[in-house]
Design a protein around this ligand. Structure first.
Ligand code: 3EB
Length: 347
């Protein structure tokens, strides 16, 4: 945990993790792109800036804040349901919708993404780089489909409407919460990132129809070259090989398959695009989502041992309780690489 953020390259932001409890006060006097707390309840903490909590229980610490800082001054704005920040190079946006305000969940999802696409076009940041999506009862059936599939339908409706929009599927997370509200946050740039897929996994946008009426519109990772320094944004990665879930009912084996997927993705990325991080242990931060908190000890022990071989620094690891988008998956891991954010260790 570190408060002083050295900016040693020209990338437009760094992500630092703090154990600070006061999310609103975090980053005072600095150029804050976003401050994200992880807490039992999702909330907008500042109506003028993307300062908010994600409603997922922390499993190994009582407080955790991600501070997204810019080396240059930040401007703030609002568009429809979105509160955003931008520094001329990157835009960060956040929205939290009440489902009860919409006729159904498909329309809530469509509306969220309409707001996102409209903002990006208006603000001049046409290229989505990374998305996070959180909403309750993710695998619960509702009518013909489950709610993750319904979410994908609504997102696709918005994409179809913005058909001439410059869209390459960004890396994305979709995780189930235990509370009301569709929460979405994202980053976008003025020029595109590079889309990276995993040779061990079917691209999600090519998934066969058995997983839902439309394919999920995301890629396994976005690699963004900001000029001097590259960032890596890795989607939630889980125990899927090809398009099939492996190791059903065995969380530890699912973690190991997930790590194989992450390593394969990073080495494929290095061979094809050149990567600033070639192994999982080189990443800046990992987020581990567990469906069932009772498997935390075995998962944490295995992942800690896996990362222990790192010589210089290790990723910060955040353990959260959240539901994966298939009911047979117990664990999901996402990763990010940003330069010199000065953090290390487990929380
Ligand atoms: C989304 O936006 C991302 O089906 O393999 C994350 C990670 C997601 C893995 C998968 C799906 C998968 O729809 C959801």
């Amino acid at each position: 945990m570190n408060n002083a953020i050295p900016h040693t390259d020209s990338s437009p932001f760094t992500v630092t993790t703090l154990t600070a409890t006061d999310v609103l006060a975090a980053g005072q006097g600095q150029n804050v792109l976003a401050a994200i707390g992880f807490a039992p309840k999702a909330a907008i903490l500042d109506t003028q800036r993307p300062v908010f909590t994600v409603g997922l229980p922390l499993l190994t610490t009582t407080s955790y804040t991600e501070l997204w800082l810019s080396p240059t001054p930040v401007h703030y704005g609002k568009h429809a349901s979105i509160t955003y920040s931008e520094n001329g190079t990157v835009l960060f946006g956040h929205l939290l919708l009440e489902e009860a305000d919409f006729p159904d969940f498909r329309i809530a999802s469509q509306t969220a993404y309409q707001h996102v696409f409209a903002l990006l076009q208006q603000a001049g940041y046409p290229c989505l780089l990374r998305m996070w999506n959180y909403f309750p009862a993710i695998v619960t059936p509702q009518g013909e489909f489950n709610r993750y599939q319904t979410f994908c339908l609504g997102r696709q409706d918005a994409l179809n409407e913005w058909g001439n929009f410059d869209y390459a599927p960004p890396a994305a997370t979709a995780i189930g919460t235990q509370q009301a509200g569709l929460q979405v946050y994202f980053i976008a740039g003025k020029s595109a990132g590079m889309q990276l897929e995993n040779p061990r996994q079917t691209s999600a946008f090519l998934y066969p129809r058995q997983y839902g009426p439309v394919s999920p519109a995301f890629s396994r990772a976005t690699v963004k070259d900001w000029g001097q320094g590259k960032h890596i944004y890795i989607s939630g990665t889980t125990s899927i090989v090809g398009h099939e879930t492996l190791h059903i009912g065995k969380p530890l084996l699912q973690l190991e398959e997930t790590l194989r997927n992450l390593e394969a993705l990073l080495s494929h990325g290095d061979a094809t695009l050149g990567m600033p991080a070639r192994q999982v242990r080189d990443l800046t931060q990992l987020k581990v989502y567990l469906h069932d908190a009772t498997c935390l000890p075995e998962i944490q022990e295995r992942l800690t041992a896996y990362l222990a071989a790192a010589t210089l620094s290790q990723p910060t690891v955040l353990y959260l309780q959240g539901d994966v988008c298939r009911s047979d998956l117990m664990v999901e891991v996402e990763g990010i690489y940003t330069s010199s954010s000065g953090n290390s260790g487990n929380v």
